[in-house]
Ligand binder design. Structure first.
Ligand code: ME8
Length: 638
C-alpha cells in the first residue's frame, strides 16, 4: 500500500506538569491542520502523546511521592482530558511506556547496533537533567546549561553512542535539495550552521536508575530519552508491527514543535536516525515561536502558566457564552495573534480585545444583524433569492482561495485575516444596501436578495473557520438552520453560490460571543474631572462628522498607528489614528467613526493626517464611537 494519509504530529509532552497554553498551542495548531485537511476530504492522521521515560518525569513523581508508573498513568489521563476539553480530535495518543512503543525502541536499538550506527564507548561530559541534553564543555554558558541556565551534572559513564557525525553531509544535502523540509526559513539557517559546526556522536544510554527503557542485553543502562521519544512518530503508526498501516501513513507530512527542540533534536538527530533506518524523512518540520505571558517566560516556579481550560471557564462565567465557544476564542486568539513561527505574548488585555472586536463585533454582528432582519422581515425563514449577490460572491470565492493558500503554507494569521476581511465586506454590504430602507420602500425582492447574500457570507465563514473554531462554526450553522447538513459540507462548499434552500427556518439570533466589559470595574482608573467651561461659540468651531472607513492599513515602522482612508460622503481623505493596538485594520473597513473634520492637517511619522478620529479613552485604551443607527457618511454631529 502506498502513502495516502496526511500525517501531522506534535511533540510528545513530558508529563511533569499539566498542559499550559504553550503545549496547548502546538496541539491546537496540529488540530487545526488536521481538521483543515479532513475538511478538504483528505484522509488524515493526527498524533500526539506523552514522553514518559525521562529522568525529570521520575523526579517529578518522586516529588509527588508516587511511583513513576502510577504518576505517568495519572498525568497521561490529565493530558487527554485537557485535549478533549480543548476540542482536540487526535487520531492516536502514544505513551512511551506502552509496549507497542517500547518494542520498537528495543528493535531499533538492536538493529542500529548490529549495523554499526550504534557503538559502545566511554562518555565523560555535562548533562542537564531539566533539558535531558548532553553538552560539551565549550557549549556551557558560565558553567551552566546553555538552554535553561540551570546547573549541569558531570557524567562519567560507559555508554552507547549513535554515530551522528557520519550523517552531516547527507543531512546538509537533504536540507538543500528539499527547500520545504525545514520551516520557517530563518530557523533553517540555524540548523545549517549547527550542522556545519561539526556534529558529535550522541551518547544514547544512561545508567539505569530504575526508570526508562533498559538497553537490550545490558540492563545496567537505559536508553536515552530522546532516542526513545523521537521514535514515537513511527512506533505509533505501525513501524515494524503493521507494515501496511505504516506505509500508508509514513512519512509524516508535517511535524510541529517549538523552537526549543527544533535544531538539535528534530532537525539533526531525528532525520539522522531515520536515515540510519533507511526510512524516508518527514516532508516538513516546523519550529514555531515561544509564547510568553504578559512579557514573562511561562514557568512552573513563577506559577504564571495559564491553563487554557480554566481561561475558557472564567470567560464563560463572565460573558455568558458557552464554554466550548470560549475555548474556540482561545484557539482563535492563538492562531490569529502571532504569525506562526514567531514568538508571541499572551496578555489578557489583547485576548479580551480580540474577543470583543473580532468575535463579538465583526463575526457576531454580521450574523446577528442578518438573522434579526430575516426574523423581522421574513418571519425567520431564509428569504427567496436566486443566489448570492454576484459582487459579494466573488469576494467569497477570493476569500476561500486566499484562506486555502494561507492554510497550505501554514500562515494561519493570514488565513484568519482573509476570513475577517470577508466578514467586513459582509458588514459593509449591509451598510451600503441598507435593507431597512428597502423594507420601508417595500422592495421585497431586493431585500430578500440582500439578506440571503449576507447570510451566505456567514455560512462561508462558518466553513472556513471550522478548523480553527469548530464549536462556533456549528453554532453559526445551527442558527442558520443548516446544522444537519453542516457536518457533510467540505471546504469547497464555501464556494456554493446558492447555498440555502429558501424558507429554511433559522434560529435566534443569539449572540454567540456576548461582549465583555473592557476592564473589570475594580481595575478602572478614576474618571477624570470635567475641564474648564467653553462657550457655544468655541464649540461650534469644531466640525464633527460621521465618516466611513474605506480602507485601513498599518503605518510601517509604527506599531500603534493606522492609516485610514475615510469617506465624508462627497470627499475621501486620509487620516492617521493611534489605535493599532486595539483595532486590526480589517476590522475597521466599513465601520462608521466620529471625525473632527476641520483640524489642521499634520504629518504623523511622516504620514499626512487630515482630520482626527475620536474615541473614548478608558485607561489609555481607545474605544471607537459608533452611531446608534445607520447614519450616512458626512452627517454633521452637533
Ligand atoms: O520537549 N510556547 O516536551 P515538553 C510555545 N518531551 N510552545 C511551547 C511553550 C511555550 N511557552 N512551552 C511548551 C519535550 N511548548 C519533549 C518532546 S518529542 C519527540 C519530545 C510546546 O513537555 C512546544 O511545542 O518540554 C515545545 O516544543 C513543547 O511544548 C515542549 O514540550
Amino acid at each position: 500500500m502506498s502513502k495516502n494519509v496526511f500525517y501531522v504530529t506534535t511533540p510528545i509532552y513530558y508529563v511533569n506538569d499539566i498542559p499550559h497554553i504553550g503545549n496547548a498551542y502546538t496541539t491546537i495548531i496540529a488540530d487545526v491542520v488536521a481538521r483543515y485537511h479532513k475538511l478538504k476530504g483528505e484522509k488524515t492522521f493526527f498524533l500526539t502523546g506523552t514522553d514518559e521515560n525521562a529522568t525529570k518525569v521520575a523526579n517529578a513523581a518522586a516529588e509527588a511521592g508516587m511511583h513513576p508508573q502510577e504518576y505517568v498513568d495519572r498525568l497521561a489521563e490529565d493530558f487527554k482530558r485537557v485535549w478533549q476539553s480543548l476540542g482536540i480530535e487526535y487520531d492516536d495518543f502514544i505513551r512511551t511506556t506502552e509496549p507497542r512503543h517500547v518494542k520498537v525502541v528495543e528493535a531499533v536499538f538492536k538493529r542500529l547496533l548490529e549495523q554499526g550506527d550504534i557503538y559502545k564507548g566511554k562518555y565523560e561530559g555535562w548533562y542537564c537533567v531539566p533539558c535531558e541534553t548532553f553538552f560539551a564543555e565549550n557549549e556551557l554558558v558560565e558553567g551552566k546549561c546553555p538552554e535553561c541556565g540551570r546547573a549541569v551534572e558531570w557524567v562519567q559513564e560507559e555508554n552507547y553512542y549513535f554515530r551522528l557525525s557520519a550523517y552531516s553531509d547527507r543531512l546538509l544535502e537533504h536540507i538543500e535539495s528539499h527547500p520545504e523540509f525545514l520551516q520557517p526559513e530563518f530557523r533553517k539557517n540555524e540548523v545549517v550552521s549547527f550542522i556545519k559546526q561539526g556534529l558529535r556522536d550522541v551518547s544514547i544510554t544512561r545508567a539505569n536508575r530504575g526508570w526508562g527503557i533498559p538497553v537490550p542485553g545490558d540492563p545496567s543502562k537505559v536508553i536515552y530519552v530522546w532516542f526513545d521519544a523521537l521514535l514515537n512518530y513511527v512506533s505509533a503508526v505501525g513501524y515494524l508491527a503493521d507494515e501496511e498501516k505504516f506505509s500508508s501513513i509514513w512519512p509524516a507530512d508535517l511535524q510541529l514543535m517549538g523552537k526549543d527542540i527544533f535544531v538539535r533534536f528534530h532537525c539533526t538527530f531525528w532525520p539522522a536516525m531515520l536515515m540510519a533506518l533507511g526510512l524516508e524523512l518527514p516532508r516538513v518540520l516546523f519550529g514555531h515561536g515561544w509564547w510568553s505571558i504578559d512579557g514573562e517566560k511561562i514557568s512552573k516556579s513563577k506559577g504564571n502558566a495559564i491553563s487554557p481550560a480554566k481561561l475558557a471557564e472564567d470567560l464563560a462565567a463572565e460573558s455568558g457564552a458557552k464554554r466550548d465557544v470560549c475555548l474556540d476564542a482561545v484557539r482563535y486568539f492563538m492562531c490569529r495573534e502571532v504569525t506562526f513561527g514567531a514568538d508571541g505574548d499572551f496578555s489578557m488585555a489583547s485576548f479580551r480585545n480580540r474577543f470583543n472586536s473580532d468575535l463579538a463585533n465583526d463575526l457576531g454582528n454580521l450574523l446577528n444583524r442578518s438573522l434579526s432582519m430575516v426574523r423581522k422581515y421574513f418571519g425567520g425563514k431564509i428569504p427567496r433569492a436566486q443566489a448570492c449577490d454576484s459582487e459579494l460572491y466573488s469576494t467569497i470565492v477570493q476569500t476561500v482561495d486566499a484562506t486555502e493558500a494561507a492554510c497550505d503554507s501554514l500562515e494561519f494569521t493570514r488565513a484568519l485575516e482573509a476570513v475577517w476581511q470577508m466578514l467586513a465586506a459582509g458588514n459593509k454590504f449591509l451598510n451600503d444596501k441598507q435593507p431597512w430602507s428597502l423594507a420601508k420602500q417595500n422592495k421585497t425582492d431586493e431585500l430578500a436578495s440582500v439578506l440571503y447574500s449576507a447570510l451566505a457570507v456567514t455560512r462561508a465563514a462558518a466553513i472556513l473557520i471550522s478548523p480553527f473554531m469548530p464549536a462556533t462554526a456549528k453554532e453559526i450553522a445551527r442558527q442558520l438552520g443548516i446544522l444537519d447538513e453542516f457536518a457533510s459540507l467540505r471546504w469547497n462548499n464555501a464556494k456554493d453560490q446558492a447555498p440555502f434552500i429558501p424558507e429554511t427556518q433559522t434560529f435566534g439570533p443569539e449572540p454567540i460571543f456576548p461582549r465583555l466589559e473592557s476592564a473589570a470595574p475594580a481595575d478602572r482608573a478614576e474618571v477624570p474631572k470635567v475641564s474648564e467651561r467653553i462657550s457655544y461659540n468655541e464649540f461650534s468651531k469644531m466640525d464633527l462628522r460621521i465618516a466611513e472607513v474605506k480602507s485601513a492599513e498599518k503605518v510601517p515602522g509604527a506599531d500603534k498607528l493606522l492609516k485610514l482612508i475615510v469617506s465624508l460622503g462627497d470627499e475621501e481623505r486620509q487620516i492617521v489614528a493611534g489605535i493599532a493596538e486595539w483595532y486590526s485594520p480589517e476590522s475597521l473597513v466599513g465601520r462608521k467613526i466620529v471625525l473632527l473634520a476641520n483640524l489642521e492637517p499634520a504629518k504623523i511619522r511622516g504620514v499626512e493626517s487630515n482630520g482626527m478620529l475620536l474615541a473614548a479613552d478608558v485607561d489609555g485604551k481607545a474605544i471607537l464611537l459608533q452611531p446608534d443607527q445607520d447614519v450616512p457618511a458626512g452627517a454633521k454631529i452637533r
